[in-house]
Design a protein around this ligand. Structure first.
Ligand code: ZN
Length: 96
C-alpha cells in the first residue's frame, strides 16, 4: 500500500509500485581508450587479451523518478510533470 506520487491516490494492499521517470538529462560519455578487454586465440591457439576502444557518445541520465500506480503508468506522465533539464540541475523546482 502506498500513495501514488502522480495522482495522489492510495492504492490497495499488495499492489506493486512502478517507478516512473519524470525528469531526465542528456549525458555525454567520453571516448575511452582500450576500455574493453576481450580474450581471443592468437596464431598458436593460446588465449590472449585484446583491448578495444569505447567510442563514447550521448545518452540519458535519470534525474528524478516517482512511485506511481498502474493506472497512472498506463496513461503516461502528464506534460506538466515531465521535465528535461540541462547541465547540473538536480531537477527540483524552485532553485533554478
Ligand atoms: Zn496514480
Amino acid at each position: 500500500m502506498f500513495r501514488c506520487q502522480l495522482c495522489g491516490g492510495v492504492v490497495p494492499p499488495r499492489t506493486r509500485a512502478i517507478r516512473v521517470v519524470v525528469c531526465r538529462r542528456p549525458k555525454p560519455y567520453p571516448f575511452r581508450s582500450q576500455a574493453n578487454v576481450i580474450y581471443r586465440p592468437d596464431r598458436d591457439g593460446k588465449m590472449k587479451p585484446h583491448t578495444t576502444d569505447d567510442p563514447g557518445g550521448v545518452g540519458w541520465e535519470i534525474v528524478r523518478e516517482v512511485l506511481a500506480c498502474l493506472t497512472c503508468t498506463a496513461e503516461g506522465v502528464p506534460r506538466d510533470k515531465r521535465r528535461e533539464v540541462r547541465g547540473d540541475s538536480d531537477g527540483r523546482d524552485g532553485d533554478d
